[in-house]
Design a protein. Structure first.
Length: 320
């Protein structure tokens, strides 16, 4: 089976599982509660929206993947009351950034709520909003969300980028899980979750990742860190030049091997117990990341096959 067929199958199976479990992404009655669990309500819904927006962008309308992603995005939009819940959240938590970050994923797919955008734009003009202290990677995400939501562009993106772990080009042996998730999200924000293409990654960061992402990926997969492994594969598919062919073949073969027959991908571990049904909260994120990374990879492989593009210079792998 060709590499693009393997990754395509991973994407199809993963999105099928997500679609079958859509009701578990639904917002509960506590979605607007002051003590509501955002990480179990708005966060999964926002992540679903981000992935579906990217899958829709990289597939054509007749494609079943496109239809599935569009259907899921319609479900997400319906869960927010077609954007009305963002207005209510804005009133309850005017300086919280997570509603804007979730909304921006939907705005990227063309789903907009003018009244919410007007309200958040007013808050974004305050010193309190601009001076909120945030981790650099989170700051990149907020700036990207502002751009999608019609808020006037900021010139602080380069400043926020240069404060991240990745932009410091750190010693590669200092890589660990926390820095791994940080670097993947830096690339996601720079490339608008793969929707803007690899041009957003500065050359020095692209060169650094071209050298060190393959061994980091191999280390994560050896350790059974499938969630982070899928995020690194999404980064690999977002760089100007793909890793060499053997790296991608091995990585995707390992992801496919641990994917549950239902399509779910485990967060970590052996992933071989197919008799126990996947738990939603330990499987939804790596499954979304598998669909996300596989869609980006399939698109790059198909584009490269048509153009006869090399993965990396120096004969390190040519698309077949």
């Amino acid at each position: 089976m060709r590499q693009s067929q393997v990754t395509r199958q991973v994407a199809e199976d993963a999105l099928e599982w997500v679609s079958a479990h859509r009701e578990q992404f639904a917002l509960g009655e506590d979605a607007l509660a002051a003590d509501g669990q955002v990480n179990r309500s708005w966060k999964p819904l926002g992540e679903l929206a981000q992935v579906c927006a990217t899958v829709s962008r990289h597939t054509e309308p007749p494609d079943p993947l496109h239809a599935c992603a569009a259907d899921l995005m319609a479900f997400v939009w319906q869960q927010t009351g077609r954007g009305e819940l963002f207005v209510r959240l804005q009133r309850l938590e005017p300086f919280a950034t997570y509603p804007l970050e979730v909304y921006a994923a939907m705005a990227a797919a063309g789903l907009r709520h003018p009244r919410y955008e007007a309200a958040i734009a007013t808050v974004a003009r305050t010193r309190g909003w601009r001076l909120t202290e945030q981790e650099p990677t989170r700051r990149l995400g907020v700036l990207n969300a502002e751009a999608h939501s019609g808020i006037r562009g900021s010139d602080t993106m380069p400043q926020a980028l240069r404060r991240t772990w990745l932009a410091g080009l750190p010693e590669p042996w200092t890589f660990e899980a926390s820095s791994g998730y940080s670097l993947t999200h830096v690339v996601f924000h720079l490339t608008d979750w793969g929707r803007a293409g690899p041009g957003g990654v500065p050359p020095d960061l692209a060169d650094y990742l071209a050298d060190w992402l393959p061994p980091w990926l191999d280390t994560c997969l050896d350790a059974g860190m499938w969630d982070l492994g899928c995020e690194l594969l999404a980064v690999a598919a977002s760089l100007p030049l793909l890793p060499e062919r053997d790296v991608l073949q091995d990585a995707w073969a390992r992801i496919a091997a641990v994917q549950h027959p239902s399509g779910a991908v485990p967060e970590q571990g052996g992933g071989t117990d197919h008799d126990i049904g996947p738990d939603f909260f330990t499987h939804y994120h790596p499954t979304l990341m598998a669909a996300f990374a596989a869609t980006l990879t399939t698109g790059r492989l198909d584009d490269g096959a048509r153009a006869g593009t090399h993965h990396r210079p120096g004969g390190q792998g040519v698309l077949g």
